[in-house]
Design a protein around this ligand. Structure first.
Ligand SMILES: [Ca+2]
Ligand SMILES: [Ca+2]
Length: 246
């Protein structure tokens, strides 16, 4: 494109257009190209169509390990009494999450996916909804962060105005109901059961520091099996931001 601009400028120059007029022409051309360029940027193009977004950002003490499982568990019921909590012992259920969960985002093996549980399946079957509206590359420096943005209306529903949310990190998925295998888990709160209840109809940012008992490092019990990097599962900070485009 840069060569196109200079070629046009040379043509105009050869016709005796003044420097000021030529500069004006270049500005118009540049303006048209910039406008065209903006329209091609996905975020800009999609911006007016997305009414509400929810961005969840969390960091771990070590590094995001693509072999482990990092979940953002959501419950659109929004009843603050019951929400997403981690599975920590047998019977293992789906191997990672229990309580009340309707949707989840999973990062595993370098890939993000958004899923919706099929009602009536005891959180054992989920439909894949694709990738999140936006997400980071956790492997990029500093390598300890996951950041995901969801299109609230398209993913969770236009009538959903409050959501329960937990972040669940675990090293393995046990599904054999009688298995006595152990696993390492961290989720929000010392017990992992302190899920958040967030309104989605007011633009605001929620942070770990706002909690009376913020999520901390060092609350992951040592693994009973060798080779587990506990710090890669130890959530140390998080934020959740709701944006609303009027
Ligand atoms: Ca915790
Ligand atoms: Ca922690």
């Amino acid at each position: 494109m840069a060569s196109g601009w200079s070629r046009d400028a040379r043509v105009e120059g050869s016709r005796g257009v003044s420097g000021i007029a030529r500069a004006g022409f270049l500005m118009v051309v540049a303006g048209i190209l910039m406008a065209t360029g903006c329209a091609r940027v996905p975020d800009e193009a999609a911006g007016p169509l997305v009414r509400r977004t929810l961005t969840v950002d969390f960091t771990v003490a070590g590094r995001i390990n693509p072999l482990y499982y990092y979940y953002i568990a959501l419950d659109t019921g929004g009843n603050p009494v019951e929400g997403p909590v981690p599975v920590v012992a047998f019977p293992w259920g789906n191997g990672w999450g229990t309580g009340k969960i309707t949707h989840f985002v999973l990062y595993h093996l370098g890939t993000f996916g958004v899923f919706r549980f099929v009602p009536g399946t005891d959180l054992l079957q989920a439909d894949a909804l694709g990738t999140p509206f936006d997400f980071n590359r956790p492997e990029d420096a500093p390598g300890n962060r996951i950041r995901v943005t969801l299109d609230v209306d398209a993913t969770l529903g236009q009538d959903v105005n409050v959501v329960n949310l937990n972040i669940i990190a675990t090293d393995r998925i046990n599904v054999e109901p009688t298995s006595l295998e152990t696993k390492v888990v961290d989720a929000l709160g010392f017990t992992g059961n302190q899920f958040l209840t967030l309104p989605l109809d007011i633009p605001q940012t929620f942070t770990n520091a706002q909690l009376t008992e913020p999520e901390q490092g060092g609350d992951v019990p040592p693994a009973l099996q060798p080779g587990v990097e506990e710090e890669d599962l130890d959530i140390i900070d998080w934020s959740a931001e709701v944006k609303i485009n009027q």
